[in-house]
Every structure is written in C-alpha cells, then in structure tokens.
Design a protein around this ligand. Sequence first.
Ligand code: UD1
Ligand code: CA
Length: 448
Amino acid sequence: MTHRSCQAIILAAGHGTRMKSKTPKVLHKVAGLSMVGHVARAAKDAGVEEVALIVGPDMEPVLKDAQRMHPNVVACEQTERLGTAHAVLAARDHLIDAKDDVIVLFGDTPLLRSETIAAMREKLAAGYDVVVLGFRTDTPEPYGRLLEKDGNLVAIREAKDCTEEEFKVSFCNGGIMGFAGAGLLDLLDSIETNNAQGEYYLTDAVEIANARGLKVTAIEADESELQGVNSRAHLARVEATFQQRAREEAMAGGVTLVAPETVFFSYDTKLGQDITIEPNVIFAPGVTVGDDVTILANCYFEGAVIGEGCAIGPYARLRPGAVLEKKAKVGNFVEIKKAIVEEGAKVNHLSYIGDARVGAKANIGAGTITCNYDGFNKFKTDIGKGAFIGSNTALVAPATIGDGAIIGAGSVITDPVNPDDLAFTRSRPIVKAGWAAAFREKKKKENK
Ligand code: UD1
Ligand code: CA
C-alpha cells in the first residue's frame, strides 16, 4: 500500500456541564490519563500525523494534554456550539489542503482503540469516501441510527429525527467517522440545519455523499469501545471497562492476578512475564515491571521501574523515580522515592528511602530513614555495595556510607562513613537492677 497521509479532528468543545466540575470534561482521567490524552494517543498509534483539536474558549490545558500524547496538535476554537459538522468546520483552515484520510474523533470517547481507527483507514484506502463506525446495542435510545439498504449505509438519523420504524434500529452511530480528505470541505459546506435540533449534523454527510454517488460504508466496533462520558457515573463505567480490558491483557501476557478485580492499571503500565500480583495493587502512571516479579498484597506504585526477579510488598509504596534493579527486595511499609536500589539489595521493613542509591546487596535494617529534606532543599544519600545499615537508623543527607560499611542500630549518621568501617551513635543504657519488680510490688500495695 502506498503511504496515505492522515489527519484527525478531535471534537472537544463541550464543557460537559453534567460532570459538575471546574475541569473541562475531556481532562477528567481514565486509568491515569485524561480522556483527550487517550484519544490523541490512539490517533498517534493509528498513524495520524496531524491533529486539529476543536476546543471552546479558555481550553489551553486541553491542548497541552493532547500535545503530551501526540507531537502535532493544533487547537481550533469553536466559539458557538452549533453542532458536530459546525465543530469540524472550525478546522476549515486545516481542511483546505486536507490529507488523504480525515478521521473525526470525540474527545469524550476514550476507549476507542488505535486498531479500530486503522480499520477505518483501510476502508478509505480501499476507495470509500465516507466510513462510519457503528455498534450494536440493546439500549440504542439516545444514538443516531445507521440506516442501511442492500448492505449500503444510506443515512444516519438522529434519535430525535427518527420515524417509529427507524427508531427500532439497533445499529448505532458511535460518532467516529472517516472521510476521504479531497471532497470533505465540500460535503461539510452542504450540510444544513433542517432537523429537530436545528444543528449542523456531521451525520448528514452520509445522505449527501450518497446523493452525489460517493461510496459510503459502516464498520462495526464493540459497544464497549464507543462508551462516551457525560457524567461522573459514565466516567466510572468507562474506567471499569478499561480496567477489565487491562486485566485481561495482563493475564493473556503471562501475569497471574490472584484477584483481578482488585488490581488497577494505568494506561501505560508495562508488564513482563511470570509476574504474580496479589490483591489490592494499584499501578499509577509510569510503571514498568520486569519478568519473574512477585508483588504481594496492598501495594501502590507510581513512576517506578521494577527489575527482573524483584519481590515487593505487602504494603509497599514506590514513588516516582524508584528504580529497583534485578532481585531487589522491598518489604512491608517501605516507601521508596527517587532512589535506585541496586541488584540484590534489601529494604525489607518500615523504611523511607528517598533521593538515594542503595548499593548492590546492601541490607537496610527495619526503620531506616534517609533524612533527605531540611524544609528547603533535598539532599542525596549514597549507600555503598554490601553495606549493612542497622535498624532504626537515621541517615542525615547529604550522607555517604562506603561499600561494606556497617552502621550500628539506632544511629543518627551525620558524617561520611568510609568503606568497611563501623559507625554508630550510642548513649549507654542506665540499668537499675530489680527496679521493675520493686515498682510492681509498690503499685500492687497502693491499689489494694
Ligand atoms: C453524536 C452523533 C450521534 C451519535 C452520538 C454518539 C451527530 C449529529 N450525532 O450525537 O449520531 O450516535 O454522537 O455518541 O453527530 N461537539 C462540539 N461542538 C459542537 C457539538 C458537539 O465540539 O458544536 C462535541 C461534543 O463536545 C462531543 C461531541 O462533539 O464531544 C459529540 O457531540 P454531542 O452533542 O454529544 O453529540 P450527540 O448528540 O451525542
Ligand atoms: Ca454525546
């Protein structure tokens, strides 16, 4: 196939009043990424080179989010909301010299897969002028109906404009449409507002294209892919669908989920093979997990890299910049932030390790804290290979513990420790022989 150029128009001008939010609707997140981010990302993965994002006034943050996921997004402002065709026409300047394929996407339909966009592009490559993405549903009520005759798509009728007969059709318009770029402006300019809502319906392009003898078709996607979001309840439903999809993909890829419905992934979670994940584990964005990792129950990860063969949890928290090399161990009630834990090192209990390096095979005792912050600045702690940090130690950063050094339990370390040295801080215990027994005797008498 010769290369076909492609642009997408993402409609995102609605504020989404039913969300009852100060945040524009398409910035609400699904699996850690804004809805508009999901759509821009799917477009990129489907080979879309250029995106025109249709936004209302003051939607700079919406543009920024889309740009994070696609390198080439421009915003086009639609000041009045006069319908979906009117919205697409806000990108008129970018459609004068339209690409081969133009795909219209909705900013509030985040589950659409790039494969589906690619399937629409294949139809355009095969010579169709208009491709509509349909789905079948038991609850077609609010949607536009796809009206077919002899296997051809002849029209899309909005629910409010349907005859009784048309209203019964269960093949619906998902809202996503593909067009051959060359004739698109001409089609759009022919759309009028003679319908129940007095709007410029993009869907009218189907009837007009048919009247002109152009080739029109519909392809089908799963209903779940076309779920739109208008309210917080819809947002939760879309999140649930995303998570179900992600769990199935994880298991199909060789990950054991003991209780799949309790594990939550992000849009970008990367998982290797032969990983076991116990219940109640949350992957916020930016996490990569290598092969043969075991994650025990109740962990929270964000922006972390977990190397091959690591053992984590229960109750561990990895924050952004945590890097665990091969076979590292991070146990219960341990928090790691912006720190590298080198191969085979262990941080097994009740510790905070931040802005640090823990050398290979080092052992960090229970309750060790890197004191990385003085209220103004952050400082680094460097722990050498094979070092042993005794329990309940405060390493006051900047701190350097040499390779193979040992720190005695309960120490507050404020000076550098050389390799293979022992360092500890102590106050001698005061021992009063028999004092406890005498104390108990006295209290017993008093309380008689
Ligand atoms: C649209 C389709 C309908 C389809 C349904 C699927 C039309 C006329 N109807 O209906 O056939 O079944 O989607 O969900 O296209 N928008 C703008 N500017 C506007 C109008 C809309 O940016 O002037 C944006 C909205 O923010 C939204 C999207 O376009 O993201 C769809 O608009 P909406 O009004 O929700 O269309 P529906 O009536 O749901
Ligand atoms: Ca809608």
